[in-house]
Design a protein. Structure first.
Length: 181
């Protein structure tokens, strides 16, 4: 990277080098072609798999999300897949969207009409400012569910981040029902 210093006149131009960055690159690959070539026993057809996106987990593992038809899913779920030098297991990708300002499910910031809510104690503060004891956690999603369904009663003594939250499990079950397996 070069910077101009001093006069703007071309004959008097001085240059100085700064720290250079490492080059970046990306790999063009077709996941479908690779899976078909390395797993001939599965009998995949062209167009059966659509790569959606990749993400990195908290354990620094890269996961790939793909979209497949019901028949292809049945073929892939039952087997261990060869991909490059690895043997992979394919699982369903089910994630409930959550907006962290209000700690509620199934909407994003542009659709949110809620107030800031701590996902641990339902207080009107951010997660990092929470000082509540874990025994006093409350789930805003289960509280809301109970308000709209008085004859059903979800337990509310957990945070809205709990993976065993009844409201979260109900949303994931609804996703499963709306998916063509």
């Amino acid at each position: 990277m070069l910077r101009r210093i001093g006069s703007k006149h071309p004959q008097n131009e001085e240059t100085e080098t700064s720290d250079l960055q490492y080059p970046r690159g990306y790999i063009h690959t077709n996941l479908e072609d690779t899976l078909m070539a390395q797993n001939p026993d599965i009998s995949l057809n062209k167009g059966d798999i659509k790569t959606k996106f990749c993400y990195t987990t908290k354990k620094q593992k890269r996961d790939l999300v793909m979209e497949v038809g019901a028949q292809t899913r049945k073929l892939l779920i039952q087997k261990q897949i060869k991909l490059g030098w690895q043997i992979c297991k394919i699982e369903d990708y089910l994630v409930a969207t959550r907006y962290f300002k209000c700690s509620r499910f199934n909407h994003r910031h542009r659709d949110c009409r809620g107030e800031e809510t701590c996902p641990l104690c339902t207080g009107a503060h951010k997660l990092r400012d929470c000082t509540e004891d874990p025994r006093s956690y409350k789930c805003i999603n289960c509280i809301t569910y109970n308000n709209y369904n008085p004859n059903k009663n979800n337990c509310t003594n957990h945070s809205s981040l709990d993976k065993k939250c009844p409201s979260l499990l109900a949303i994931l079950e609804k996703y499963r029902q709306n998916t063509d397996y």
